[in-house]
Write a new protein. Structure first.
Length: 392
């Protein structure tokens, strides 16, 4: 989630809050629509993350755990379904909606884009084939060979300043008696995590697993964006390779019987937290029904089509699925939503997740401190109230 769409963060930079005499690391993220999910460029300051990955609780106390890749399958042209196995406790025991922060190694692993079949010294200038690799590649369909790596570069050292420091690294402030810079507000010896230079060799972003009840396995739907470091690294994972996972981070809490009809409005990869919620609701509230409305540009962009069909086969009339294609029906409008959504009455909840612009146009913006705020946009015009709308 948070939605699992775009945006990635430097794993060593967080938002820190004073707690008594210590400092507790509190990581704020959007979601993954990933996202919320699912991946843009490294963003060095957590408060600048996309709002859909804003967490409802501090995850600083949760340690990272090792997750081993057990499957990495092509889903659509730019998304992959990646399944990880965790040791120890299940990834979540809290139900929907939860996300996890995935941290990957990115430094010293800049790929040439060519696989091990290639005989050219990097960078290869051969024309690209339909399988996404260079003309040297012998693979049929999608290339699955290990990628060649460029020579590793020397890793950046920590700046020596802690997370209290407000200066961009390297900090030029004089050092204090506690061994840290003048920005540090710790008493005695500073024990804060050290900040690293922006070129850190690790990066992280939040994703919504597709199921809240998958035990020690979690499956992510990851979209690869140009320049996306986390998504790019995850797309290249081989079976048996590992990443670090932290969570769960609860974004919304299910209450059995509170609503009788859930309607999901999902734009693109914003479907991931809503798919998680749909499966959880149908499995844990036999009286509830769900309508899933997906919004995509073309039929090729529709995500989790087969997975939704499987849920439809399992739960029958309790689940209704509608795929709206912009290429055929145009962009979402009040008239379209009025036709697709149930009327604003009864025990109804409409959950919206997608790109910021889409979510705001349909349901209005969140507040500056990432709370739900008032209902706006098309849903307000159609008569829905704040109790009937949730912006993921």
């Amino acid at each position: 989630f948070a939605c699992s769409s775009s945006g990635s963060i430097s794993s060593t930079v967080g938002h820190f809050r004073r707690a008594g005499r210590g400092v507790m690391a509190c990581f704020s993220a959007r979601a993954v629509r990933p996202v919320v999910g699912a991946l843009g460029v490294i963003v060095p300051i957590a408060p600048l993350l996309d709002r859909r990955h804003k967490l409802t609780s501090c995850e600083g106390a949760k340690p990272f755990r090792t997750a081993t890749c057990v499957a990495n399958e092509l889903h659509t042209k730019d998304t992959r379904k990646i399944t990880f196995a965790l040791q120890g406790a299940p990834w979540s025991e809290q139900g929907a909606i939860g996300n996890v922060t995935v941290r990957v190694q990115v430094g010293g692993k800049a790929e040439t884009g060519c696989c091990a079949c290639c005989k050219c010294p990097p960078p290869c200038s051969c024309p690209k084939q339909a399988n996404g690799c260079c003309a040297c590649c012998k693979c049929d369909s999608t290339c699955g060979c290990p990628k060649k790596e460029e020579p590793k570069k020397e890793e950046p050292a920590a700046t020596g300043c802690c997370a209290c420091c407000k200066c961009p690294p390297p900090c030029g402030c004089p050092k204090q008696a506690n061994g840290c810079c003048a920005c540090c507000s710790c008493d005695g010896k500073c024990g804060c995590p050290k900040k690293e230079a922006p070129s850190s060799n690790k990066a992280a972003r939040p994703y919504n697993p597709l199921s809240a009840e998958s035990g020690n396995e979690l499956t992510l739907l990851v979209k690869r964006y140009p320049g996306g470091k986390v998504g790019g690294a995850l797309h290249e994972l081989k079976k048996g390779e590992t990443v670090e996972v932290r969570g769960p981070n609860q974004q919304w809490k299910f209450e059995e019987g509170k609503y009788s009809h859930y309607t999901m409005v999902a734009g693109g990869t914003g479907i991931t937290p809503l798919f998680q919620t749909t499966g959880h609701v149908l499995a844990n509230d036999s009286a509830a029904k769900v309508t899933m409305v997906t919004l995509n540009k073309t039929g090729e962009d529709v995500l989790l089509r087969e997975e939704l069909q499987e849920l439809r086969a399992k739960y029958g009339k309790r689940l209704k699925v509608v795929h709206v294609l912009e290429s055929a029906e145009g962009k979402p409008s009040k008239a379209m939503l009025k036709q697709l959504l149930p009327p604003p009455k009864g025990k109804l909840l409409i959950m919206v997740c997608g790109r910021k612009e889409m979510t705001e146009a349909i349901a209005g913006p969140k507040t500056k401190d990432f709370k739900q705020g008032e209902v706006g946009g098309m849903l307000k015009d159609l008569g829905y109230t704040a109790e009937q709308v949730w912006k993921v």
